[in-house]
Ligand binder design. Structure first.
Ligand code: MLT
Length: 404
C-alpha cells in the first residue's frame, strides 16, 4: 500500500500538538514549575446552567423507549437548526432556508472537510497568519505544492501585518477559494463591512468561493459584521462555519454549524453549475451520523434568553481578560493588536524569532503562548496570547511577563 504522498510534505506536527509536546517536555524536566497556559484557545469557564439542564433532560429522555432517539437527522434536529436561523440570521436581517444549515461536531471538522468539494487543482488563498487547519487540510489533499522555506509553493498568501493594519487585500491573480476568519484567529483583529466587500466582489468576478470562519463572532462588541452574509452579494459566493465552542464553552461538548446557501455554486463537467449545498448533503450523508441528541438539545438551550445571558457572562469574562492583557502589555511597552472584539491578543515579540520568544517565555516565566510563525510566514515576529484562562491566572501570567 502506498501512502498519501502529501503527508510526507507536511512540516512537523500540528501546531498545537507541537506546543503541547514542548510544554510536556519542559514540565517533565521541571515538575515543580507552575505553568500558565495562554496557548491553545480552550475555555475554562463552566458550561451555562441552562445548557447543562437541557442536556440532563435530554439524557433522561434516552431512558425510556417512547422518547429515546437513535440516529438523528443527517443534518441536525429541527429544533436546533430553527433556533440557529432565528437567532443568528433572521434577527440580523439574513434570510436562510432550513436546509442551508448543517449541524456538525466542530468548525475545525467543517473547515478542514469543506475542501473535499473543490477540484484537486483548485487554487487556494489564505490570509497570513492563518488558523493552520485550512492550510494543512488542503496540503493533505495535494493542492499546495511543496513546502519550501516556510511557504507552500502553490498557496496564495494574503499578508496581514502591522504595515497594512491587518487588512488583507484580495488576491491579485485568480484563485478559486479564499479562506477568511473574522474575528481573526490568530490576530484577534476584525474587518468592517467595507473591508470585506472587496472579497465578495472578487469572488463574484472570479467565480471563486469564500470559506468564512465566524467561530469567534460572539466576542464582537464593535460595529463590525458577525456574518459574511451581512455583506451584499455574499449569499451567492460564501460558505460560513460557526461553532458553539467559543460562544458557549463547547470545546469539550462538540457542536457547530455551517451554512451553505443554495446560491453558492461551483463548476462541474462542461462548466455545469453545481450547488455546493447539494454536494455537502451528499458528503455529510455518507460520512457523518450527526451530533448526539443531548448535545444538540444543550446547544439549542444556548439560544434561550436564560441560556444566552449565561453564555454571554462567560464571553464577557474572557473579554475582560483580553482587555487586561492588551492594556498591561501596552503599559509594558509591547506593540499589541486584537483583543477588542476577540479572545486573542497578538503582540510583537521583542526578538524576531517567535519560537525563540515562546521558548524564553516558557523557560523563564513558565507562561505558554503561541508563536506567530506557527500560523504562517507573516506570523513571524509575533506571539498570540489567549484570554480563555481564568482571570487570576491571566493576571499572574502578565505579572510574570512584566518581570521577565
Ligand atoms: C486555537 O487555539 O487556535 C483554537 O482553539 C483551535 C481550535 O479551535 O481548534
Amino acid at each position: 500500500m502506498n501512502v498519501n504522498p502529501n503527508f510526507e510534505k507536511l512540516p512537523g506536527s500540528y501546531l498545537f500538538a507541537e506546543i503541547a509536546r514542548r510544554v510536556k517536555e519542559f514540565q517533565a524536566a521541571d515538575p515543580a514549575a507552575d505553568i500558565l497556559k495562554l496557548g491553545i484557545g480552550d475555555v475554562t469557564r463552566p458550561l451555562a446552567p441552562a445548557v447543562v439542564d437541557a442536556m440532563k433532560r435530554a439524557a433522561d429522555e434516552m431512558l425510556s423507549a417512547g422518547t429515546m432517539r437513535g440516529y438523528g437527522p443527517d443534518f441536525g434536529y429541527d429544533f436546533l437548526v430553527n433556533a440557529i436561523i432565528a437567532h443568528d440570521y433572521t434577527a440580523r436581517g439574513v434570510e436562510l432556508e432550513f436546509d442551508e444549515v448543517f449541524i456538525s461536531d466542530g468548525a475545525k471538522t467543517d473547515s478542514s472537510a469543506i475542501q473535499e468539494l473543490f477540484s484537486s487543482d483548485a487554487k487556494i488563498a489564505v490570509t497570513d497568519p492563518v488558523y493552520p487547519v485550512y492550510v494543512d487540510s488542503n496540503a493533505m489533499a495535494g493542492r499546495l505544492g511543496e513546502y519550501k522555506d516556510g511557504r507552500w509553493t502553490n498557496l496564495t498568501y494574503l499578508p496581514c501585518n502591522a504595515e497594512n493594519n491587518f487588512v488583507p487585500e484580495p488576491p491579485r491573480g485568480h484563485v478559486d477559494v479564499i479562506y477568511l476568519c473574522y474575528p481573526n484567529n490568530p490576530t484577534g483583529t476584525t474587518l468592517t463591512k467595507e473591508q470585506l466587500k472587496p472579497f465578495v466582489d472578487y469572488a463574484h468576478r472570479e467565480g471563486a468561493v469564500i470559506v468564512y470562519d465566524a467561530a469567534y463572532k460572539a466576542f464582537i462588541r464593535s460595529d463590525v459584521p458577525r456574518s459574511i452574509y451581512e455583506i451584499d452579494g455574499a449569499k451567492d459566493v460564501a460558505i460560513e462555519c460557526n461553532s458553539f465552542s467559543k460562544t458557549a464553552g463547547f470545546t469539550g461538548m462538540r457542536c457547530a454549524y455551517s451554512v451553505l446557501p443554495h446560491a453558492v455554486k461551483g463548476r462541474g463537467g462542461n462548466g455545469r453549475p453545481m450547488e455546493l449545498n447539494a454536494m455537502w448533503k451528499r458528503r455529510m450523508g455518507t460520512r457523518f451520523n450527526g451530533v448526539s441528541f443531548p448535545v444538540q438539545r444543550a446547544a439549542a438551550a444556548v439560544f434561550t434568553p436564560e441560556g444566552w445571558a449565561q453564555c454571554m457572562e462567560a464571553v464577557e469574562y474572557y473579554l475582560r481578560n483580553a482587555t487586561m492583557i492588551r492594556s498591561e502589555l501596552l503599559a509594558m511597552g509591547y506593540t499589541v493588536f486584537g483583543g477588542i472584539d476577540a479572545p486573542y491578543v497578538w503582540l510583537k515579540t521583542p526578538t524576531a524569532d517567535s519560537w525563540a520568544f515562546f521558548d524564553e517565555l516558557l523557560r523563564k516565566a513558565h507562561v505558554v503562548g503561541t508563536p506567530g510563525a506557527g500560523f504562517g510566514p507573516s506570523g513571524e515576529g509575533y506571539l498570540r496570547l489567549t484570554a480563555f484562562n481564568t482571570n487570576e491566572k491571566t493576571r499572574e501570567a502578565l505579572q510574570r511577563i512584566k518581570e521577565l
